[in-house]
Design a protein around this ligand. Structure first.
Ligand SMILES: Cc1ncc(C[n+]2csc(CCOP(=O)(O)OP(=O)(O)O)c2C)c(N)n1
Length: 332
């Protein structure tokens, strides 16, 4: 891997963390004094991906604009790494008219057709649509690929297994990316999952499966390179599981009393860890760190200002874009 790629990975991770921390501040700012989940500029649940940056940065570094990503209820890191329009994404999170979905979807429902990105609050929901897109890509002979992201909790759902099976049968250009952050809300992986590695499950469907153990962005990058180039060349699906780290709660407001290992988290934060590595290798110094952080701050501040300046949707438009059969709502 060349040094330009290493620095790009670092900058992507810094941008993601800067964004998540800014959303964290904005989310809590007007929910005081008591935590009121429905109050403020960003009402509703918020699932942040701080700590999981290596997964998105390492995978998306190989993607083209016309490749597709279907992400999860914890989508910001993949959206940023896939170059979703950050201004429109932030306006969507704030529920404003200039949002990707005109402010109707919120942070779990970000759709950006310009870069083929989507996500959903329904876990494992993104896998079947990724297969559909991959089938179209294969028929077009375009070399495009679809990446379907899921948490390790969602990897116990039927949709996950059905999707792996069909992708293997049809030899589709799809890459399943499992983010194993050890927890499905408050349920530890050991209480929900029969296998130590989802790579084993890939074996069962006779597709390559790889587990990256250490949340290291360069290892994710290498695993993704193998899987994505294989898919582009007609080799079919693969699975990559990354043992990653959810640095914050399942959702904002989660007290995490169930999670004793949190005390040891600072030593495992992937960004300072990577920063140290690059410093030791002589690739990064204080100047680069400062400029990466300043650039990220500028981009994120612009996005948040854009969102705040955008209007809230008018209540008179609340039924616009709602699809219903003509007879619905009629008594006859
Ligand atoms: C079909 C469905 N069942 C249950 C839920 C409620 N739910 C939201 S997140 C979550 C846990 C997801 O855990 P995991 O897949 O490991 O992802 P993580 O939150 O750790 O990123 C559950 C059960 C849901 N959104 N959709």
């Amino acid at each position: 891997m060349d040094n330009t790629t290493r620095l790009d990975l670092y900058r992507t991770m810094v941008l993601i963390r800067t964004y998540e921390d800014a959303i964290l501040r904005e989310y809590h700012a007007d929910k005081k004094p008591g935590f009121d989940i429905g109050a403020g500029n960003i009402p509703g649940e918020m699932h942040l991906a701080a700590g999981q940056e290596p997964v998105a940065a390492g995978v998306c570094a190989h993607l083209r604009t016309d490749d597709a990503v279907t992400a999860t209820h914890r989508p910001h890191h993949f959206a940023i790494a896939k170059h979703v329009d950050l201004n429109k994404m932030t306006a969507e999170i704030f529920g404003r008219v200039d949002g990707l979905g005109r402010g109707r979807g919120g942070h779990m429902h970000l759709f950006d057709p310009a870069v083929h990105f989507s996500c959903s609050g329904i876990i494992a929901e993104g896998l079947p649509p990724a297969l559909g897109m991959a089938l179209a890509f294969k028929r077009q002979g375009s070399g495009r690929v679809a990446v379907a992201v899921t948490g390790e909790g969602a990897a116990n759902q039927g949709a996950f297994h059905e999707s792996l099976n069909l992708a293997a049968v049809w030899k589709l250009p799809v890459i399943f990316v499992v983010e194993d952050n050890d927890w499905g809300i408050s349920v530890p992986r050991s209480a929900s999952t029969s296998v130590k590695s989802n790579a084993t499950r890939a074996d069962a469907y006779e597709m390559p499966g790889e587990r990256v153990e250490d949340n290291a962005v360069e290892d994710v990058y290498s695993a993704a390179e193998r899987a994505i180039s294989r898919a582009r060349q007609g080799g079919g699906p693969s699975l990559i599981e990354v043992h990653t780290l959810r640095l914050y709660g399942h959702f904002e407001g989660d007290a995490q009393g169930y999670r004793p290992e949190l005390q040891s988290v600072p030593g495992h934060d992937p960004i300072p860890t990577y920063e140290d590595r690059l410093r030791t290798a002589g690739i990064l110094d204080d100047t680069v760190v400062r400029s990466a952080r300043a650039e990220a701050e500028r981009i994120v501040e612009d996005a948040i200002s854009f969102a705040k300046e955008s209007a809230e949707p008018s209540p008179t438009t609340c039924l616009d874009y709602v699809f219903a059969a003509p007879s619905m709502g009629r008594s006859n």
